[in-house]
Design a protein around this ligand. Structure first.
Ligand code: SF4
Length: 95
């Protein structure tokens, strides 16, 4: 059966042949890519204020937040929301 769907007949080959990679071109406009990831993945208990300020100016904020929620990104600031805020958004519909 696997041979029908893959060139080499291996399971990994089947996956690479059938899965469509996600379109991540929106990340090219990410402001955080220009500032570095330290603000966005701070040590536990550290402030996320600067990351949120940058997100507030980011042209792809909504797309970023949707990506984080869809892909269950557990760590860091995405789309202007911290981990706790995304969890709250999932739970109550409000950050
Ligand atoms: S919204 Fe924030 S985390 Fe998302 S791409 Fe923009 S700067 Fe980065």
């Amino acid at each position: 059966m696997i041979e029908r769907f893959s060139r080499s007949g291996t399971l990994p080959a089947m996956h690479t042949d059938t899965l469509t990679p996600p379109d991540l071109t929106w990340q090219e406009e990410a402001l955080c890519a220009q500032t570095g990831g330290d603000f966005f993945f701070p040590e536990p208990g550290s402030s996320v204020r600067e990351a949120k300020r940058i997100c507030g100016m980011c042209p792809i904020r909504a797309t970023c937040l949707e990506y984080a929620l869809t892909n269950d990104m557990r760590f860091g600031v995405w789309g202007g929301l911290s981990e706790k805020e995304r969890l709250e958004l999932r739970r109550t519909g409000r950050p």
